[in-house]
Design a protein around this ligand. Sequence first.
Ligand code: NAP
Ligand code: MG
Length: 402
Amino acid sequence: MAKIRMTTPLVEIDGDEMTRILWQMIKDELLLPFIDLNTEYYDLGLEKRDATDDQITVDAANAIRRYGVGVKCATITPNAARMEEYHLKQMWKSPNGTLRAILDGTVFRTPILAEGISPVVSRWKKPITIARHAYGDVYKNTEFRVPGKGTAKLVFEGEDGTVSEQEIFSFEGPGILQGTYNLDSSIASFARSCFSYALSVKEDLWFSSKDTISKIYDANFKEIFQTVYDSEYKEKFEEAGITYFYTLIDDAVARVMKSEGGFVWACKNYDGDVFSDMLSSAFGSLAMMTSVLVSPDGCYEYEAAHGTVQRHYYKHLKGEETSTNSVATIFAWTGALRKRGELDGIEELVTFADKLEQATLNTIAKGTMTGDLVLITSLPNPVKVSSLGFIQAIRAELESLL
Ligand code: NAP
Ligand code: MG
């Protein structure tokens, strides 16, 4: 079979520890034999970030802006222990945070469903994608411990000198107080990312907040979503046969439990924090979850939702056999290759991505899996294989599909 050719480079962002080992195995076994892989490579391994004073991370983000699609391996976010371990010049910021800030994106997380790995909620037949607004609200709050009797006020001083002042509460005794904010521009960006993503996966979009109680703050989110929808996306949604639907957060939670899945759920920052953890555990494991950052102008960065699996890496360094799950990293590659194929009109690349995903799921359905899945599968007599053994089993399955 001739290798599939690519016309535009895919931005390839390498990372750290066990996921870096998996990265190479995936390329060697599942990609390079079949694709004339055209990537622009950025090494975000911690040593390289330190050597370049983190410029490499900024360069990688700009490359994604330039080409539109990137795929990223998990990376270490340094803490005090890592400073010592890697003799770092500085405690460099989270690479994901830097990429997110430059791309101004929203992260979408979707569970990967495989036969034999069943969601806790038995009604869920299709994945539910969570889109979390990653700016403002309680994450950028100002808090105050009220010491005793007194009056709290909300004061805004306009640049033009106009002052608005409202009483919040008249305290008779000690209590607490909190101020939060958000920006119309950030909410509109978030809305656009959500609408674009729903269109790209052709699934309905839900958005929930609590506008009945928060009649200005949450109502503002609801209004901006509606305005962006009506003016920019309504026709496209109708053409694609999907719907946009707003409901109260408590109603959304009840509906999610009763649904079959298969939609995108946009959440405010705190709601997204809470419900993404609930959904990922209810669907199985972080190693069975895809994650993609979508910018409002339509750039995509695909990654796994889990970290660098440090504990497994130390075993690997000692020469011990590991059984690390590569599914999320494989799906990061297939997501990116499929998107590249769609944008460049390369049908074979799209088909290849579909088949590689199918081969991965078939391998699990046939009972061959890594240790983390053996613990949760409902299949009888699963076979636990090594990190490389799993990828090789997928390759055999893939070759039979191609
Ligand atoms: P982690 O790498 O997600 O791993 C935590 C534990 O979850 C592992 O020890 C393992 O459990 C299990 N696990 C996670 N992924 C797995 C996989 N693919 N296959 C099998 N088991 C898996 O989180 P961490 O150990 O807290 O963080 C390690 C490093 O990752 C940190 O330096 C952190 O900064 C970084 N991190 C990066 C990202 C990112 O780049 N997207 C995200 C989160 C964390 P057992 O050990 O019990 O087998
Ligand atoms: Mg959380």
